[in-house]
Design a protein around this ligand. Structure first.
Ligand code: FO1
Length: 311
């Protein structure tokens, strides 16, 4: 059996970890957003793939969720002394991944192949796939014009007001073939949309041609987890961005954004008042994941919701 999880950002990776711990080995396929990817300091950087990889390998920075724990910063300190760009923090161990990934991509390997090998070397059992091996780049339109995602999210700390989000390259990108195959496979028993920011972490995946159709035709139930708890984004700019894009920053707002794509929706007990406005079958649970047990419990809640929908 296979469970397919769509993930982006730090919180999405937490649920991916919970799923990896409650599912039998080899039953989880994590599809990562690559809209956050960018070239920086001459390096090909794939933040959402690395966040999932490090989280599943148990080496992620526990406070930040991105980058590695046990990190040193000699490269950043030296680069700073040289007047280089240090707004995007790259630890020494994290840097090795970017250097090696860049070398192999430049040598002609696909992002999928490089990711599979890095995961094997980190001892990760679940398969981790990029949504596509072709470049897709999230951009946000602000009063200053279009800004690349990491410029907006990190360098500008999400201050500019967002009027529009676009995924440059999505229209001509090919969906990762094993991703589409998993959605078409009778062995797939659930598709989980992790509690990631719908705009910047999930919709880039949905924007890749064929993905929405494959999800609509998928025999397995699609269950999304709300990234909003009690009207506040669990992490990052989700609530601010939703308000700027004219969407109520609410659990119900996200469910309505996913519309008929989802069969089930898991939101927090704090958002019980939202249930009436949601068409999908709602399951209430604790969606704030502070401990490892929380991650596993939410994974069980999501898989339970999918099992009920499958009957
Ligand atoms: N996020 C930040 O807010 N500041 C950073 O300096 C930063 C560095 C960074 C390095 C590697 C990496 O994989 C992720 C990093 N992130 C950083 C997170 C990144 O911006 C992601 O795109 C977000 O997690 C949203 O998905």
């Amino acid at each position: 059996m296979t469970v397919v999880a769509l993930s982006g950002g730090v919180v999405g990776a937490k649920l991916a970890l919970g799923l990896s711990r409650v599912l039998p080995a080899g039953e989880l396929l994590v599809v990562c957003n690559t809209g956050d990817d960018f070239e920086h300091l001459g390096l090909c950087i794939s933040p959402d793939i690395d966040t999932v990889m490090y989280t599943l390998a148990g080496v992620a920075n526990p406070e930040l969720g991105w980058g590695r724990g046990d990190e040193t910063w000699s490269f950043m300190e030296t680069l700073d002394a040289l007047g280089g760009e240090t707004w995007f923090r790259l630890g020494d161990r994290d840097l090795a991944v970017h250097v090696e990934r860049t070398r192999r991509l430049r040598a002609g390997e696909t992002l999928s192949a490089v990711t599979a090998d890095l995961c094997a070397r980190l001892g990760i059992v679940p398969r981790v796939l990029p949504m596509s091996d072709d470049p897709v780049r999230t951009r946000v339109r602000t009063e200053e014009g279009w800004i690349e995602f990491q410029d907006y999210f990190v360098r500008r700390r999400c201050e500019p007001v967002v009027h529009e989000v676009a995924f440059h390259g999505a229209a001509t990108a090919c969906a990762q073939p094993d991703f589409l195959a998993a959605l078409a496979s009778p062995r797939t028993t659930a598709v989980v949309i992790c509690p990631s920011n719908p705009f910047i972490s999930i919709e880039p995946i949905l924007a890749v041609p064929g993905v929405r159709a494959a999800l609509a035709e998928c025999a397995a139930p699609v269950v999304a987890v709300s990234p909003i708890i009690g009207g506040r984004a669990v992490k990052g700019p989700t609530a601010k961005m939703m308000a700027e894009l004219g969407m109520p920053p609410s659990a119900g707002g996200v469910a309505r954004r996913y519309d008929d794509l989802i069969d089930g929706y898991v939101c927090d007990f704090a958002d019980m008042d939202q249930v009436a406005g949601i068409d999908a079958k709602v399951t209430l649970g604790q969606t704030m994941m502070t401990t490892l047990a929380d991650r596993e419990a939410l994974a069980r809640t999501v898989l339970g919701a999918a099992r009920v929908l499958r009957r």
